[in-house]
Design a protein around this ligand. Structure first.
Ligand SMILES: [Zn+2]
Length: 153
């Protein structure tokens, strides 16, 4: 007879965004292809971030997604020490990043642990596939890219 150990709570899967939304679906479709994409107006070229179906600059409805370079810089960040959801064990870092090609477009990213970041630090995109198949764009320090790539091989 073995002694039963207390049941360990299973970590639930990470929360997945709605990827079929007509305004934001193109972002996730691009991520599934390994691209970072922003919504643009075909009429005037304005970046539409946060994404909308119409252009608030020229009023046009001819909008769509196009890929941007997968590079960004740290704008701000915080380390979460108080766990608020079982799928996100602490500590973890939430950072606001500004895209290298479109600094006015800022995205939020998740980094495990207490990430060593500094303002303006260069980041590169990585693509995280969730259990349900959704692909998220996440960011990591560019100088850690080679190390992480080495780990993957
Ligand atoms: Zn426009």
């Amino acid at each position: 007879m073995t002694t039963a150990r207390p049941a360990q709570p299973e970590q639930p899967p990470r929360l997945a965004p709605a990827v079929s939304d007509p305004d934001t679906g193109g972002f996730f479709a691009a991520a599934a292809r390994g691209e970072v994409a922003l919504r643009y107006c075909a009429g005037c070229g304005a970046v539409l971030h946060l994404p909308r179906a119409y252009c608030w600059h020229c009023g046009g409805w001819d909008t769509g997604y196009r890929a941007v370079p997968p590079r960004a810089r740290v704008y701000s960040w915080t380390v979460v020490e108080h766990q608020v959801h079982p799928a996100y064990p602490v500590p973890y870092t939430v950072a606001l990043v500004e895209l290298a090609g479109e600094p006015a477009a800022r995205l939020v990213t998740y980094l495990p642990g207490r990430a060593a970041l500094h303002p303006g630090q260069e980041l590169s995109a990585r693509f995280e596939r969730l259990e349900n198949g959704t692909v998220l764009v996440q960011w990591r320090p560019a100088d850690a890219e080679e190390e992480a790539d080495d780990d993957a091989t």
